[in-house]
Design a binder for this molecule. Sequence first.
Ligand SMILES: [Zn+2]
Ligand SMILES: [Zn+2]
Length: 292
Amino acid sequence: MASGNSASFKKLQQLINEESNEETFDYNGKSITGFRFCDMELFAVVFGLLKCPECECVGLSLEEDDISRKGCASKLRLCCERCNWKHLFWTSKRTEKSFEVNKRLIYGMRRIGKGHAGASKFCSVMNMPSPLTAKSFRRSSRAISRHVKNAAKSCMKSAAKEVHAKNRNVNYSNDSVPVNCGISCDGTWQRRGHSSLNGCVTVVSMDTGKVLDVEALTNHCKECKLHEKLDRNSEQYKKWKAKHTNCKANYHGSAPAMEPEGAPRIFKRSVEENNLQYTDFYGDGDSKAFLK
Ligand SMILES: [Zn+2]
Ligand SMILES: [Zn+2]
């Protein structure tokens, strides 16, 4: 943090004072929430304008405890050099062991398909402290993934219930009988072109426009990749193959063929999972899934 009496600090203080006289401020009446990218130097200057609650002397200094820092959550100390009054606080809310800012960063990175390396690069460009270690990043990432999956499942369940209730009235059937409904189906891949390893097929209700089911497909398995160079007839390969029962690849084929592969899987389980029978299919012109 900037020290309270350096020349650059004084200059910044002057600048902030001048700016604050010119600026207009539209207050929308809402209390402030969430995160902002903010320059800590400016905060240090603003705190430098405040009075100490103890001795009322102007000029509190803001410092960072580098050793206690947890990824993007910093421990800061506001203190009065005159009377030694101090106030310690974290830059993010804490839940049990983790900080909200770190969880959000990991979730954000995963949402855009990036991992720890991406997060590190981002923090470095923003002149921010480095994120959590790769190990903690992975651990949190797995936990977040579990929660996101559960949330998605319950969302799709209630979307299916909504469709069921809507069409039940039309078909004059009751709760337990599957009802017919119209859906649209589309596939998407992680990367452009035909080389993508991961993709998913989504089924959307024509009645509500909400997602009813999704099938994630991957033709990538780390274990398989490690053993792909072995001779298929060798003892070593056969031994490994027999033990490899939890293969992560649930699809073997090209990226464009994912949609016609995923759609029937979703159709097959619609009655069992959602008590819905997808009877009307609306696809894009080239929908191979429809033919299948
Ligand atoms: Zn003081
Ligand atoms: Zn495998």
